[in-house]
Design a protein around this ligand. Sequence first.
Ligand code: PGA
Length: 254
Amino acid sequence: MTTRPYIVGNWKMHGTRAMLAEARAIDRAAERLIKAEVAIAPPFTLIHATRKEANLIGIGAQDVHPADGGAHTGDVSAAMVKDAGAGFTIVGHSERRANHQETNELVKEKAEAAIAAGMSVIVCVGETEAERDSGEAESVVAKQLEGSLPTGDGVAEKVTVAYEPVWAIGTGRTPTVEDVGAMHRSIREKLVAIYGEEGSAVRILYGGSVKPDNAAELLAADEVGGALVGGASLTAESFLGIIIAAAELQDEKS
Ligand code: PGA
């Protein structure tokens, strides 16, 4: 099991081939920053080209369809993104849950399809602002984990969980370090309840307005094993700021 912080850039619907220069720059720096494990999830259209440009960082997809193939116009299967060069996929991001009415059940099917295709998965969970205000954040996230996490023999080692409070995504607002720690401890308990001992090794990333200037404190919170980064992963300069913060934290620990 690796203890290196896992820093993943989610490019969302951003990027044409002009952005490959950013991926190259991130990849070159990753060589020097072996203290962190770095990956990016570009749009489908850039997976293959990014894989060819970048040798050291992981490349993933942002979503997959649960079926292997068939009459699903506009959709892309796990086998297809893997063939294009993806080693992992994000599933259940709150933007997909909200914009495409994705249920926990569908997210679980997607995760299991990706694992069956030989990939690992980042399963996203997180509460809305109203749910946090009404004190339901931990129970909402626990239900999402119960419903969305893939199950089966040996799947736990293929799973990373990303806790992303919906109200913190793209807003510049973040929970307090104490709230992040409390939620991550509660996710850890749930992971152990679901996966047994293997659940204690599943990485839990924090996501939502992670920037170079807040990365160190968020990454130092209890049970935080890395970050899922949206806006700040779009330029090598800001993404590297976060990677450096993670690497420095790792130095302090060792
Ligand atoms: P953000 O997005 O870093 O732009 O808030 C995070 C995410 O949605 O994964």
